[in-house]
Design a protein. Structure first.
Length: 464
């Protein structure tokens, strides 16, 4: 489908991270954009402010004479707007397909992987933009330096965070592809890890003939999958043997320092304002691409050195009177381990982790792995599962993770209902503590509520 001659687009579920980004790009390209969402939000307000016509609530009357209707993966076929668009003969396409229609005609840079793809795609977009190449970009998180999660550029480059969770990354035909890792994730969609591996292999084969694959050599399952790819490729990592290599790594507080080699040659020192070895790898992916594109190391060093991160990625919400509150999107055991390891390196006192499980299917399939992932925390608070639109699974709850933490030998673990967390933390908090809120649901709102309590009770905290 060619959308260059289409002018009116409607997004069902426009407030989502991926949907809102595509809507913004179309608005900036001069298209008419309408949409609907279940509730109002800052994202919806932002889109309205730049010209989108958005209704709160899904209604058949929202579908009028649009050229294309785009729907998110959370929208069901019986949705009133889906039904109305079908009755009127308006083409219905998924978010993933819409992304491909925007990216494929351009020189696409697609970043995919079980973890780290938002960070890597943000770093890449920042470098390419500041190099003066005018990229269009669509990323699943807000980036401070890029003023949002998406934007339309003047050049032919399109940087995108590719979504493997529903297989939609297989619509993409990028020029450059970056694969960060391959983990046991989204097992509600994939039957097993063999099916995950096959999907990644198919994705690699979608890279344009003159393009190149960049991949993390440290991730052994991914490296095995890449071995079957016979196109041009560049490896990156901390392990010896990578084409883009980091060594002499030093982690100090919220910063990471390391030296780089590119294809065996020393190219310089790097400092990034991102904590943790996993973020060293994320930075290497962006540096490697910068070298391959001819942008160079010095430009990458300048841009990455000033990168302040993304919302809900080890964000510091409160830091006063010896107490720090942090907020992060980590929702998979691998992400939790990496995030807590990085935060542990930043704090001197107790590390209290508050975790909200995300999806019943993930909790069911990874309960044991979750139980073993909180080793860097001194105390753990678990709350109810955020369903993300999934129906509840009988017998599956946050208590499954509580039980698995006991099996892993953790002692200080509590289940606390979400609305009671701020009060509970206020009772146990003391100077020197770091509280890390983790999860992909609405736990960030609880973190903000706790921050508000701390601001109001600073005199009490000072006296403890």
């Amino acid at each position: 489908m060619n959308i260059s001659d289409k002018n009116a687009f409607h997004f069902i579920g426009i407030g989502g991270a991926g949907m809102s980004g595509l809507a913004r790009i179309l608005l900036e390209e001069g298209k008419r954009v309408s949409g609907s969402d279940a509730e109002d939000s800052p994202v919806v307000k932002r889109l309205k402010s730049i010209g989108a016509r958005i209704s709160i609530g899904h209604k058949a009357s929202n579908i009028t004479n649009q050229d294309i209707v785009v729907y998110s993966s959370s929208i069901r076929k019986e949705n009133a707007e889906m039904v109305e668009a079908d009755l009127k003969g308006i083409p219905l396409i998924s978010r993933g397909k819409m992304l491909s229609l925007l990216l494929n005609p351009r020189k696409g840079i697609a970043v995919c992987g079980s973890h780290g793809k938002s960070t890597v795609s943000s770093l890449v977009a920042l470098i390419v933009k500041r190099a003066g190449l005018g990229p269009t970009f669509a990323i699943g998180a807000d980036i401070n330096e890029l003023e949002g999660n998406a934007g339309s550029g003047t050049g032919d480059i399109f940087v995108a965070e590719a979504d493997e969770s529903d297989g939609s990354f297989l619509y993409l035909e990028p020029y450059y592809a970056i694969l960060t890792n391959m983990d046991k994730e989204h097992m509600d969609y994939y039957a097993d890890m063999k099916e995950v591996k096959n999907a990644y292999i198919k994705f690699m084969r979608h890279i344009k003939p003159a393009g190149k694959l960049l991949y993390c050599l440290d991730d052994k399952p991914l490296a095995k999958a890449v071995a079957s790819f016979d196109g041009a490729k560049l490896s990156y990592g901390i392990d010896s043997g990578a084409d883009m290599l980091a060594y002499d790594i030093s982690l100090k507080g919220s910063s990471s320092y390391f030296r780089c080699r590119y294809k065996g040659d020393e190219i310089g020192e790097m400092e990034i304002s991102l904590a943790g070895r996993h973020n060293v790898c994320n930075a290497l992916a962006a540096i490697g691409l910068s070298m391959e594109m001819g942008i160079g190391f010095d430009t990458a060093k300048k841009d990455l050195g000033g990168f302040k991160g993304m919302k809900r990625r080890m964000g510091i919400l409160y830091d006063s009177f010896g107490i720090r509150v942090m907020d992060d999107y980590a929702h998979h055991p691998t992400e939790i381990r990496a995030t807590l390891e990085a935060i542990r390196n930043m704090c001197e006192g107790r590390l209290i982790c508050v975790f909200q499980p995300h999806r019943y299917t993930r909790t069911k399939s990874l309960a044991a792995e979750f139980g073993a992932s909180f080793g860097d925390s001194d105390a753990l608070i678990l709350t109810d599962i955020y369903s993300a639109g999934e129906p509840a699974i009988e017998g599956v709850s946050a208590m499954d993770i509580v039980k698995s933490t006991a099996a892993a030998g953790y002692r200080d673990v509590r289940y606390v209902p979400k609305n009671e967390i701020p009060a509970y933390l206020t009772d146990i908090i003391k100077k020197g503590d770091t509280v890390a809120f983790l999860g992909a649901g609405d736990i960030g709102k609880v973190a903000q509520d706790f921050k508000a309590v701390l601001v109001k009770t600073e005199k009490v905290i000072r006296s403890k």
